[in-house]
Design a protein around this ligand. Structure first.
Ligand code: PM9
Length: 463
């Protein structure tokens, strides 16, 4: 389609700027050592270009900022809640809505409502916070994503797809009654921002309906997934992203959302369901963990910004420029011979640390080491998505050893320009040129949950 052959430009102009500051190599070395070689522990003021995450880091529009001024900060029944409910029903089609402070607030509640001890939750690859809430509720995650998703070199276009054979095997082993729901993410974060196809979702819907199993949708980046369907899946080129988003949601029974990504807000999330009983139970629980069911830990103004952001997120021009910018960076790195996860994901470019640093064994944390080297080179902050993020095996206590050992260059929405992308690509190239000199890390402090956020490391003397 035309997007492949013509230049695009951002469908907005810049009205306000936030200065960035450069640091010296010596300053960065000190900052990285103080941060225990964990980019999550750096101070933001020590960072030049921040690619840690696309979560809560996007730029809001003038309409969203104006929406903040319309905050109705009543404890109960805020008008902004009803705007949010209306936006979710209109753009996503789910019936019942509970706001939460962010995605994991919704994950906690849905896990507590639906999972009982001993249950198994199949999903198209794990996500860190999603899995920990499933486990805290007594469940075990089972990976049913297609094999291609675990291979960074595979160019399969829909690496987020479910392998129905793997789902059937889980049913055969544990029985459908032990499966409260199948957890489906659009797009799949840990696979490198990879989409699921509509054909696969439709087949999954038919299969799960036959077995009486729900589908719960982690819709954190659903508009980006819909855009990939429009680009790549036959029969969808002339449909709007909004239309495809609505169809994706219609193939699922409920959803959790971190609105800090797709929905263009700095804070917020929600739980949505089409089932009254699930809603009723979740509405009971939300008052314990988040707040009343008409604010769920958010200010009225936050809900207004989210309601407006949801509408903006499904705009075709917005999403084309958003994903287009990620592709621009990804293609620059591919052209420079840098090993990246293929195809390029929707929200970031993922470096293949195993191929980048073949001399660093996985238990010396190659992706963590590579993320710190990129920061040392240029002040560009990235993050690890490999053995540190995967955590430990619940039963054996050993590290989980994921196939994918990645460094994520995550692009915030509407924040950086093409020139920033060029600077980032040049920095990664410089690090690649001296990759032989990069050594691994030793873990010196490990928190109990979601260790990647706060773990500390020291540099090994040799790889
Ligand atoms: N994702 C990300 O950077 C922020 C936390 S982990 C560094 O990718 C999915 C697919 C996510 C996600 C957060 C959450 C949790 C759920 N599902 O961060 O609690 O990518 O709003 O959402 C992050 P919250």
């Amino acid at each position: 389609m035309s997007t492949k052959h013509t230049s695009w430009a951002e469908p907005y102009k810049i009205k306000m700027v936030e200065p960035l500051f450069m640091t010296t190599r010596a300053q960065r070395e000190k900052a990285m050592e103080e941060a225990g070689y964990n980019t999550f522990l750096l101070k933001s003021e020590d960072v030049y270009i921040d690619l840690l995450t696309d979560s809560g880091t996007s730029a809001m529009s003038d309409r969203q900022w104006a929406g903040l001024m319309l905050g109705d900060e009543a404890y109960a029944g805020s008008r902004n809640f009803y705007h949010l409910e209306e936006a979710i029903q209109r753009y996503y089609g789910y019936k019942y809505v509970i706001p939460t402070h962010q995605g994991r607030g919704a994950e906690n509640i849905i896990s507590q409502v639906l999972i009982k001890p001993g249950d198994v939750v199949p999903g198209n690859m794990y996500f860190t916070t999603t899995k920990v809430h499933q486990e805290l509720a007594g469940g075990t995650f089972a990976d049913i994503i297609v094999d291609e998703a675990h291979d960074p070199r595979s160019t399969f276009p829909f690496k987020g797809n479910v392998d129905l054979g793997k789902l059937q095997a889980v049913i055969n082993t544990y029985g459908a009654k032990s499966i409260p729901y199948v957890s489906i993410a659009t797009t799949v974060n840990m696979a490198g921002g990879q989409p699921i196809s509509l054909a696969n979702l439709r087949a999954l819907r038919e299969f799960t309906t036959k077995h009486g199993i729900r589908v719960i949708h982690d819709m954190t980046r659903v508009a980006e997934n819909a855009y990939m369907i429009k680009l790549l899946e036959e029969g969808n080129a002339d449909r709007s992203v909004a239309e495809i988003v609505k169809e994706i949601c219609s193939l699922t029974d409920g959803a959790t959302m971190s609105a800090k990504k797709d929905a263009l807000v700095n804070i917020g999330g929600f739980l949505a369901t089409n089932e009254w009983d699930v809603y009723e139970e979740a509405r009971n629980l939300v008052v314990i963990y988040e707040g009343l069911h008409t604010y769920g830990g958010l200010a009225g103004r936050d809900m207004e910004a989210m309601a407006i952001g949801i509408g903006e997120s499904v705009d075709d021009d917005h999403i084309r420029a958003r994903v287009g910018q990620v592709f621009y960076l990804g293609n620059k790195l591919i052209d420079a011979g840098i090993p990246v996860v293929l195809p390029i994901g929707t929200f970031g470019v993922f470096l293949d640390a195993k191929a980048f640093l073949p001399h660093v064994p996985q238990d010396h944390f190659p992706a963590q080491a590579l993320a710190s080297e990129i920061y040392l080179d240029s002040g560009v902050r990235t993050m690890e998505r490999g053995i540190v993020s995967a955590g430990r095996d619940k039963k054996t206590g050993d590290h989980c050893y994921p196939e994918l050992e990645l460094v994520r260059l995550t692009i915030p929405r509407r924040v950086y320009t093409q020139a920033h992308m060029d600077v980032i690509a040049e920095s990664v190239q410089r690090v690649f040129e001296h990759r032989d000199r990069i050594v691994g890390l030793n873990l010196t402090y490990e928190p109990k949950y979601l260790r990647f956020f706060q773990a500390r490391f020291e540099k090994l003397i040799s790889a």
